[in-house]
Design a protein around this ligand. Structure first.
Ligand SMILES: [Zn+2]
Length: 132
């Protein structure tokens, strides 16, 4: 029994990792079927990263899905952020001086959106804690 215990890298206690199961809940907007072991936690501090290793228990499928969601949201961010640019252009009746300004604004907004999409991907992949 002693051999089953491992030291938690978060709280330093010796413990037997407790498996956690999916419960068939909405998680990050996706329906997850219940009953599957999705990871393990330290019973003392309830931390998933008890082994001190960066979690990569999201499968390739999940990462692909996360990437697809992020790219889609990236497009949404671009679309939404460009609305004021179109409004400004229309309001000033596409005057060249304004157009130059809005082109730079649009470029900045697109870069901002790409960054937001990237952050979304990181957030999706790194959000390992499910609501329990
Ligand atoms: Zn712990």
């Amino acid at each position: 029994m002693r051999d089953d215990k491992v030291q938690c890298q978060c709280c330093g206690k010796w413990m037997v990792p407790r498996p956690i199961f999916s419960r068939g809940i909405w998680s990050n907007g996706w329906w997850v079927g219940g009953g599957r072991v999705i990871g393990s936690i330290c019973p003392f501090c309830l931390d998933e990263d008890w082994d001190g290793v960066e979690r990569v228990h999201r499968g390739v499928l999940f990462k692909t899905l996360a990437l697809a969601i992020s790219v889609f949201l990236g497009y949404v961010y671009v679309f939404v952020s460009l609305i004021p640019v179109h409004i400004i252009n229309d309001y000033f009746d596409h005057q060249p001086s304004i157009k130059e300004y809005t082109t730079w604004l649009a470029a900045a907004l697109i870069f901002g959106s790409i960054y937001l999409g990237y952050r979304t991907y990181k957030w999706l992949v790194n959000t390992t804690k499910l609501p329990l």
